[in-house]
Design a protein around this ligand. Structure first.
Ligand code: IPM
Ligand code: MG
Length: 364
């Protein structure tokens, strides 16, 4: 009997439905080549879900996600103007995405920063800086820190004030550091620890815990880099990094910087691994300005499928086939109009056509 995985599919907002449609075709192609069956269950999530149901993360969606083996999520979010029609705490980010992270305790966010030679032309960095390709795994803690600490707003001495707290306990820090060490063991055995211990006592404690965990991984060399210096180093010499581990807010910022190194956040898929469920999503937003035009590249969504196959379905070979197929399509000089093409040498095709070329390579 074939193995079956139930996949909750949340297509999201903006370009979400377009890139998800292509990603699901790719998933079907993988299914037809393997003895695995994917049962896809669609559910509303994000801004459109709010307008349709009054809730950006409806109960129905929670039930479907609770029972799934993995969650495949498209980008969510609305234009600035559309967002203003929704109360602040119900907007898709605060009303759906953060509650999803909290619900499934998705503490380990994997953000591959991958620039193989076939994609090198997208990077705004000089060829000699990216020569040989970039392959970094950024690991971001995803359910602690400033995002989830206590918050308050009020008035004192006749002036408004606001307070947000950066909160971690030692178990939260320890488990994400272990994810970093484990990933380093699978790769080059070098772990870049990103911190700000010259200012934040949260980083002082983070580094203390790292010193306690490190002896369990005697083969891994730890290199400490302060977060602001890491931002500079990533631009000057990204090839020095392999696995990087960091707290939530640092990871939010540095992973977008990494998207800039690649030339687009459209080249950034991600995996959010939790204790209670895992979900897979592009790191970028819903790009409402280009929604419906058929010009969004599906790479980040298909890459998220690849991460799902690897991490939730034990299908490492199939995941590699997806990366290879997408690299091949870029290698032939194809692109989509949303990705930068500074030299104007690339051949822009539609979202769907790009997906078809990926499918053709999977069949071939
Ligand atoms: C990301 C996004 C989210 C974050 C937003 C949409 C809440 O920027 O996944 O990086 O800040 O974590
Ligand atoms: Mg972000």
């Amino acid at each position: 009997m074939s193995k079956k995985f139930v996949i909750a599919v949340l297509e999201g907002d903006g370009i979400g439905p377009e890139i998800m449609a292509v990603a699901l075709d790719v998933l079907r192609a993988i299914e037809s080549k393997s003895d695995v069956e994917f049962e896809v269950q669609h559910a509303p999530f994000g801004g459109k879900a709010y307008f349709d149901t009054g809730d950006a993360f409806p109960e129905e969606t929670k039930a479907i996600c609770d029972n799934a083996d993995a969650i495949l999520k498209g980008p969510i979010g609305l234009s600035f103007e559309e967002s203003k029609k929704i109360p602040v705490d119900k907007q898709p980010e605060r009303g759906a995405l953060l509650p999803m992270r909290r619900r499934y305790n998705t503490y380990a966010n994997f953000r591959p920063v991958y620039l193989p030679p076939e994609l090198a032309h997208f990077s705004p960095l000089k060829p000699h800086v990216v020569e040989g390709g970039i392959d970094i795994m950024m690991i971001r803690e995803l359910v602690g820190g400033l995002y989830f600490g206590e918050k308050e707003r009020g008035e004192r001495n006749g002036k408004r004030y606001v307070r947000e707290t950066l909160d971690y306990d030692e178990d939260q820090i320890c488990r994400i550091l272990r994810v970093g060490f484990d990933e380093a063991m699978k790769r080059k055995k070098v772990l870049h620890n990103i911190h700000k211990s010259n200012v934040l006592i949260s980083s002082v404690m983070w580094n203390e815990i790292l010193d306690e965990v490190a002896p369990e991984y005697p083969e891994v060399e730890v290199r400490h880099v302060i977060v602001d210096a890491a931002a500079t180093a990533l631009v000057l010499n990204p090839r020095q990094f392999d696995v990087m581990v960091m707290e939530n807010m640092f990871g939010d910022i540095l992973s977008d910087l990494a998207g800039g190194i690649l030339g687009s956040l459209g080249l950034m898929p991600s995996a959010c691994i939790g204790t209670d469920a895992s979900y897979y999503e592009p790191s970028h937003g819903s790009a409402p300005d280009i929604a419906g035009k058929g010009i969004a590249n599906p790479y980040s969504m298909i890459g998220s499928v690849a991460l799902m196959l690897e991490k939730s379905c034990g299908m490492e070979d199939e995941a590699q086939q997806l990366w290879g197929a997408m690299r091949g399509v870029f290698g032939e000089g194809f692109t989509t109009a949303d990705l930068r093409d500074p030299e104007g040498k690339l051949d822009p095709i539609s979202t769907r056509a790009f997906g078809d070329k990926v499918l053709a390579r999977l069949d071939g």
